[in-house]
Design a protein around this ligand. Sequence first.
Ligand code: PLP
Length: 247
Amino acid sequence: MRSDGAIENICEAEMTDEIAHRLAAVRSQIAQAAHAAGRRTDEIKLLAVSKYFSAHALRAAFAAGQSAFGESYLQEALVKIAALTDLNEQLEWHFIGPLQSNKTKLVATHFAWVHSVDRLKVAQRLSEQRPTELPPLNVCIQINISDEASKHGVPLEQAQTLAQAISQMPRLRLRGLMAIPAATSTLAAQRAPYRQLRHLFETLRTQGLALDTLSMGMSADLNAAVLEGTTLVRVGTAIFGQRSPSL
Ligand SMILES: *Cc1c(COP(=O)(O)O)cnc(C)c1O
């Protein structure tokens, strides 16, 4: 991890203030978007995406009331989880990055949630490897909704079969769906893929799956996601600042 990122090269007290300030701004953006959409703010959970930022930055966010953190890279996440063991009981770790089947055991052991399950084999391994002393692992299926160029996420047509299979796995609790649409700049274009994701979510619920989580919306398209019914936004840049592009 680099230590010369925008947030990290200022002193610790300033960093704590800056992150508290940014978090407050994100929370108020969510509240305003919820109000505009006629929704309750407490229906929308904020996941702070802390990839590339140090344990110090996470501590600052925790001090400002944030306890759910999303990480995309396993090795990097394990370093931070180890550095924050004193807060362990109070933190909720979400794995949101690409997941290879040789990494499932560590993910099943150290995380409470996985948002990026996109194939049967990975789900089976997570279920088998989830330690019995822990509650079932919360899982979202990642859907390849508008970004055909990306190799991540299950195609829309295969989502129902995968969801039904995962819902039968004893050590997983299927909570919902996640997507990372291709970046677009207009509100209408940002809303379209999230509307598709919500339709799939509703279809699965009518088929009897007890889903409660739509993991959609990031710094740049948070308002669109709130308008389309998100229940969990994954926000990195707006909380921690720009990530170093060299990583
Ligand atoms: C990095 C990342 C985010 C956060 O994106 P920002 O634009 O920084 O808010 C959200 N979701 C996933 C899956 C990510 O990898």
